[in-house]
Design a protein around this ligand. Structure first.
Ligand code: ADP
Ligand code: MG
Length: 289
C-alpha cells in the first residue's frame, strides 16, 4: 500500500501543477540524481522561426524555399510549420511522392524537380557547394537549427531556424545542479546547434544527432550509474521517456501518448516545476522514513 504521507505529498504536488501517477514514481523522483532534457519543445519554446536563408546562387532563395515548403506541407514536424510560414500563402505548388525519414527530413517531386529538405548531415558534403558548408556552420554556432534544401541532387540553400530557449531554462539547470543533480541534453539536432544552446543554458553534457531509438539507449546507459529522469514532449523521445526511471511529460506542448505513458506530467510548461517537484519528493520521503 502507498503510505498516507506519500498520498498527501502527491496531492500537494498536484496543486503546483505536477501530476504524479503513482507512489512508486514519487519515490523514484525523490531519488533522482540525473536529469536529461529533450531539446525541442522542452528546453526550447517550440516556436521555430526561419530567420536566415542563404543560397549558393544569388537569387534562387525564393524558389528553393517554395519547393521546400511544398514538401513540408505534408509533414507534422515542428520545423515544417516554420518553413511553411516563411513563404507567402497562396503560391505553393503541390508536391508528389513525398516521403519522410525520421531525424533526416523529406524527399519528393515539386513541378518536376526532385527536392530534398533536411539536416546538413544528410544533405551537405564537406567539400564544395558555394559556401553552404560555412554558412551552415555559422548559423549552427549561434544555436540555430540548420535545414538544407537540395534541388535535383544539388544542395541549393541553407535555412537557419531559431527556436528560443525557454526563459527559465538557465535558472532551472542551475537549481538542479545545486540539488546535486547532473544535467544533460539529448537531441536529434546537430552538434554545433546543440552545444550552442546547451552552453547558454549551462549544460555541459550533450548528446546530438540522436534518433528516437538512440535516445532510449542513452537513457538505458545512464540508468546504470544513477536514478535518471528524462523530460520531453513525446515527439521523437517517447521511447526515452518510457525507458527512464522517471519519465516526465511537458504540459501543453506534450503529445497525448507522452502524457499517457509518463510517470509524471506537468500541467504547464514552466521548467522550474522540475526542481520544485524533486525538492518536494525529497522532503516527502524524509518525513516517511
Ligand atoms: P529533434 O530531436 O530536435 O526533435 P529530429 O530528430 O526531429 O530533431 O530531427 C533532426 C534534424 O533532422 C533536424 O534538426 C532537421 O535538420 C532534420 N529534419 C527532420 N525532419 C525534418 C523536416 N520535416 N524538415 C526539415 N528538416 C528535418
Ligand atoms: Mg523533438
Amino acid at each position: 500500500a502507498v503510505p498516507v504521507t506519500v498520498i498527501s505529498a502527491i496531492g500537494s504536488a498536484s496543486r503546483f501543477g505536477v501530476i504524479v501517477k503513482s507512489g512508486a514514481a514519487f519515490e523514484r523522483l525523490g531519488a533522482v540524481r540525473r536529469v536529461v532534457f529533450d531539446k525541442t519543445g522542452t528546453l526550447t519554446r517550440n516556436v521555430p522561426e526561419v530567420v536566415a536563408v542563404e543560397s549558393a546562387d544569388a537569387g534562387s532563395s525564393d524558389a528553393a524555399l517554395i519547393a521546400a515548403a511544398a514538401l513540408e506541407m505534408r509533414s507534422t514536424h515542428p520545423l515544417a510549420r516554420a518553413i511553411v510560414a516563411a513563404v507567402p500563402t497562396g503560391q505553393l505548388p503541390v508536391a508528389q511522392d513525398v516521403t519522410e525519414e525520421a531525424g533526416r527530413g523529406l524527399a519528393g517531386l515539386v513541378d518536376g524537380v526532385r527536392v530534398r529538405v533536411g539536416s546538413a548531415r544528410w544533405l551537405l558534403d564537406a567539400e564544395g557547394d558555394g559556401g553552404l558548408v560555412s554558412a551552415a556552420e555559422r548559423l549552427a554556432s549561434v544555436g540555430m537549427t540548420v535545414v538544407v534544401i537540395e534541388l535535383d541532387g544539388r544542395a541549393s540553400t541553407v535555412i537557419g531556424i531559431r527556436d528560443e530557449l525557454r526563459p527559465e531554462a538557465g535558472e532551472t539547470v542551475a537549481t538542479l545542479r545545486a540539488q546535486g543533480i547532473e544535467v544533460a541534453l539529448l537531441t536529434g539536432d546537430s552538434a554545433r546547434t546543440a552545444e550552442a544552446l546547451a552552453h547558454t543554458a549551462g549544460i555541459a553534457e550533450v548528446h546530438h544527432e540522436q534518433l528516437p531509438t538512440d535516445k532510449a539507449r542513452v537513457i538505458e546507459q545512464y540508468r546504470r550509474t544513477a536514478t535518471t529522469a528524462m523530460i520531453g514532449d513525446g515527439i521523437n523521445d517517447a521511447p526515452a521517456l518510457a525507458t527512464a526511471d522517471v519519465g516526465i511529460a511537458m504540459g501543453q506542448t506534450g503529445s497525448a501518448a507522452a502524457l499517457e505513458s509518463a510517470d509524471i506530467a506537468f500541467v504547464g510548461t514552466d521548467l522550474r516545476q522540475l526542481p520544485r517537484a524533486i525538492a518536494h519528493a525529497r522532503r516527502g520521503l524524509r518525513i516517511m522514513t
